[in-house]
Design a protein around this ligand. Structure first.
Ligand SMILES: CC(C)(COP(=O)(O)OP(=O)(O)OC[C@H]1O[C@@H](n2cnc3c(N)ncnc32)[C@H](O)[C@@H]1OP(=O)(O)O)[C@@H](O)C(=O)NCCC(=O)NCCS
Length: 437
């Protein structure tokens, strides 16, 4: 069997950019003890590098991992709004902050281009995420979004967009606690400006603007290890167009496999198999919200979706997000739901192909149809729509269908983080009910 890919176009960010800065001399006994402790941690755990920036932030710190006295919940209390810094953080002199207006087509084109040329690549630099302009508008403007959280950095002289970070508001439940958070995404610094400590400035600035809205927590993902993941997930990939995936180097032909056997292995029926399987429509929002809320309640960390959220995040939009459900042919009850979003990757340096069309599993709920059958129908519609690959994280109950439906494990990991919120000991991927774009 062909091992569907070693190259993870998804979230396998290889950027780390951790340059070391000289530590300030501090000769107190505590500081000395701390340094000895850190040295020992560093020696025994290569991932525990020093994080000059992240060590100053209210996030779970590696050194606290064994401290069972720390309680779950906010790490720091909110500060009075009057104490939130009023001015933007200073940037190097040649640059300026630029709050982005996504209604502005020219800005959207610039943002699209910045990300298309500089955003996440796989470890071998063969693929780069290529979020479409329509996707960016959707991802950045959910109900009650804040324009001030769409933060660009421009070169003062040329006005060229050279960096970006964004947040969108969300209600996320951690155990019994529903918390207003920012979901931070699309952190990007132009390749020519890397390793200059611009990322911490962007992160501080988005944090400041989030605080100004009286919001004190955030959720984010990264391919790099930072202090401290609440969980670490793996992407799995299901070939839909194995020939192309092999041609572009996304997958390899398995040992003792021919191309025609591989194509046969991944062949799918022409149309979905479950009676009543159809696209979600506006009239389904209430039923889908009920299904999703009941399902997401099972997980330790999950979004707290209302109907407005479901309408925004899950109502189908061409080449952005697809949602299907099963409506019982007899009772007309909506019993099952599945969805995926569209995130192509540019294929770098390939003469024959410019992009890979990838579907990413989003939220799926099965109450009557077996989950495996439901997801098989999702694969079938994705194949009908010409996707090359269907990706899924091992979150929620996805492990129950991945192997059976011929997904193979990718080699990139995706770490989930919460800002200013501690979940002691972390959680398992299967306890996570949150998918960030
Ligand atoms: C991620 C990116 C913005 C970091 O910028 P950089 O120039 O490499 O790094 P800088 O010198 O500005 O800053 C380094 C600091 O940012 C942190 N950092 C790097 N990547 C990060 C990420 N994805 N999320 C949060 N912090 C990150 C580093 O850990 C380091 O802080 P530390 O010393 O406390 O560890 C840049 O590499 C980039 O645009 N990469 C491609 C897109 C990408 O991977 N985006 C992130 C998607 S999750």
């Amino acid at each position: 069997m062909a091992a569907p890919n070693n190259n993870d176009a998804a979230g396998g960010a290889s950027a780390s950019g951790t340059t070391s800065e000289p530590a300030q001399e501090d000769t107190s006994i505590e500081a000395l003890a701390r340094r000895v402790q850190e040295h020992m941690t560093l020696a025994s755990n290569p991932t525990a590098r020093r994080h000059k920036f992240w060590e100053t932030q209210p996030v779970g710190q590696f050194r606290d991992a064994a401290d069972h006295s720390l309680a779950d919940g906010a790490i720091e209390p909110p500060t009075p709004l009057s104490e939130v810094r009023a001015d933007p953080y200073p940037l190097p002199a040649a640059f300026e902050w630029y709050t982005c207006d996504l209604d502005d087509d020219a800005l959207l084109t610039d943002l699209y281009a910045l990300l298309a040329h500089n955003y996440v690549e796989d470890d071998e630099n063969m693929f780069r995420f290529n979020y479409s302009p329509a996707f960016l508008r959707w991802a950045l403007r959910p109900p009650s979004f804040f324009r001030a959280w769409h933060i660009g950095v421009r070169a003062k002289e040329s006005k060229k967009l050279v960096a970006f970070i964004s947040g969108v508001p969300a209600r996320i439940r951690a155990r019994d606690d529903v918390v207003r958070m920012a979901e931070i995404n699309f952190l990007c610094v132009h390749k020519k400006l890397r390793s200059k400590r611009l990322a911490p400035v962007l992160i501080r600035e988005v944090t400041r603007r989030v605080h100004q809205e009286n919001i004190w927590q955030a959720a984010y993902t990264a391919g790099v290890v930072l202090p401290t993941p609440i969980t670490t997930c793996r992407y799995w990939h299901r070939s839909l167009n194995p020939k192309k995936l092999i041609d572009v180097g996304f997958s390899r032909l398995g040992p003792r496999m021919t191309m025609s056997r591989t194509v046969r292995l991944y062949k799918l029926p022409d149309a979905p198999l479950t009676p009543g399987f159809r696209q979600m429509e506006l009239r389904d929002v209430a039923a889908v919200t009920r299904l999703l809320r009941a399902y997401l309640a099972k997980f330790v960390v999950a979004p707290d979706f209302d109907e407005m959220d479901v309408e925004h995040w899950l109502l189908p939009r061409e080449d952005v997000v697809d949602s299907y459900l099963v409506e019982s042919p007899e009772t007309h009850e909506v019993t099952d739901f599945c969805s995926f979003y569209t995130l192509p990757s540019s294929v770098l340096n390939n003469a024959n192909y410019a992009t890979l069309k990838a579907a990413y599993s989003y939220y799926n709920v099965a109450t009557k149809t077996p989950l495996q059958q439901l997801m098989n129908d999702a694969l079938i519609v994705a194949k009908q729509k010409n996707y090359d690959v269907f990706n899924a994280l091992d979150v929620m109950e996805n492990e129950s269908f991945l192997k059976e439906l011929k997904f193979g494990p990718g080699d990139g990991q995706l770490h989930y983080y919460l800002y200013n919120y501690r979940i002691r000991n972390g959680i398992k991927p299967s306890e996570l009910g949150l998918v960030l774009l």
